[in-house]
Design a protein around this ligand. Structure first.
Ligand code: SF4
Length: 367
């Protein structure tokens, strides 16, 4: 059977207002977008633009940069102008950096008005400046920076506390007539985070930015994020996602993209269907799978490529793959859509797969 379409498995997307983050629409019926954040010092324009280019190549659609100093704020015009994807300035406390980011042409600003109000009450001016520039603001509530008043009320960063905090932050802009907002309520615990987003989703129609914050090293953070995003997206909750990993941000983008592809929310380019290997395997399946993944990275045609450790079940198990290999006796049986088309020595497997894939691409072009 062919895989179930997303619409048959996922609940309809929650109806949210649609915002424009530069050229990328967020919310409404816009595709769920993948974001990440640079790790360079923002003031180092060359390094930051280089990292943004790498993120863009990996599929990142919106990028956020931290603006903790005047030097970083001064770098924003160049970064915003030269980045090919929308840039969001991430600002805490300092209204003057918010104004600088808006003037610099950033596509959005992430700032919590509660902080601004406590530091220097310019919330109204920020609302007017963002409104005049036509850019949205993201309000990002994290467990670690929860308002003291709400911590006292709820005792800890409960889902209700996170959601109430976010809605209160929104109200500080709403009272100035500004509602071009997207919102996040992040927590390191997926269950708390899921519950917080559910409360928020039921209480407003702002687009939601999903994130499990401080999710940990790559393996743990990947599993936490995939679990939490999978549940929420299956409920129709979530308009843009950021996977947070203690790993290079390109990894965050790869994981985010893979989550959306796994849910059928974005077309897959390359899918490797590889067997887990077992006592019947006659080849190092893990190594061969890595070689196939590397060889097909960036291949222009969307493909499902099977890597099977033995010829007994290989082609049959992978009948739905576009092409694949089943190994045995130092050789590889190359198959296309379940039919064996060639048998080659192990050293020629990758070459033979690429040849068959190129043929499929030519046929697709001709068709
Ligand atoms: Fe084992 Fe062969 Fe199945 Fe791989 S394809 S898991 S080696 S039986």
């Amino acid at each position: 059977p062919s895989p179930s379409p997303a619409s048959a498995v996922l609940r309809p997307r929650r109806v949210t207002r649609r915002l424009q983050v530069g050229g990328v629409a967020v919310g409404g019926d816009a595709p769920v977008s993948v974001q990440s954040m640079t790790t360079t010092v923002t003031a180092d324009v060359g390094a930051t633009l280089q990292q943004i280019a790498e993120l863009t190549a990996a599929g990142c659609e919106i990028v956020r940069v931290a603006v903790p100093s005047q030097d970083d704020a001064d770098a924003l015009p160049q970064i915003a102008r030269k980045s090919t994807i929308p840039v969001i300035a991430d600002i805490h406390f300092q209204p003057r950096y918010v104004f600088a980011a808006i003037d610099a042409g950033c596509a959005a600003v992430r700032v919590n008005p509660g902080n601004i109000r406590a530091f220097d009450d310019k919330v109204g001016e920020i609302a007017r400046a963002a409104g005049a520039a036509g850019i949205p603001i993201r309000i990002g509530v994290n467990a670690g920076s929860l308002d003291r008043r709400l911590l006292a009320k709820y005792g800890s960063a409960t889902p209700e506390a996170l959601a109430e905090s976010a809605l209160w932050e929104c109200s500080l802009f709403e009272e100035h007539g500004f509602a071009d907002l997207k919102v996040s309520v992040k927590h390191h615990d997926p269950l708390t985070m899921i519950a917080a987003y559910r409360v928020l989703a039921a209480s407003c129609d702002y687009p939601l930015h999903l994130g499990v914050t401080e999710a940990g090293p790559a393996f743990q953070g990947t599993v936490k994020s995939a679990t939490a995003f999978g549940i929420l997206l299956a409920e129709g909750i979530g308009d843009t996602i950021r996977v947070s990993l203690s790993a290079p941000p390109v990894e965050e983008v790869r994981v985010g993209t893979q989550i959306l592809q796994s849910l059928g929310l974005r077309p897959r380019r390359l899918e490797i269907v590889s067997c887990p290997s077992c006592g019947r395997a006659q080849v190092d399946v893990y190594r061969l799978t890595d070689q196939v993944a590397a060889a097909f990275d960036g291949f222009p045609l969307p493909l499902r490529v099977a890597v099977m450790g033995c010829v007994v079940n290989g082609p049959g198990e992978a009948r739905e793959a576009d092409l694949g290999v089943a190994s045995g006796n130092g050789k590889g049986q190359i198959f296309v859509r379940g039919r064996v088309v060639a048998t080659v020595p192990e050293s020629k497997i990758i070459e033979a797969l690429i040849e068959e894939a190129t043929r499929l691409a030519e046929q697709a072009d001709a068709g």
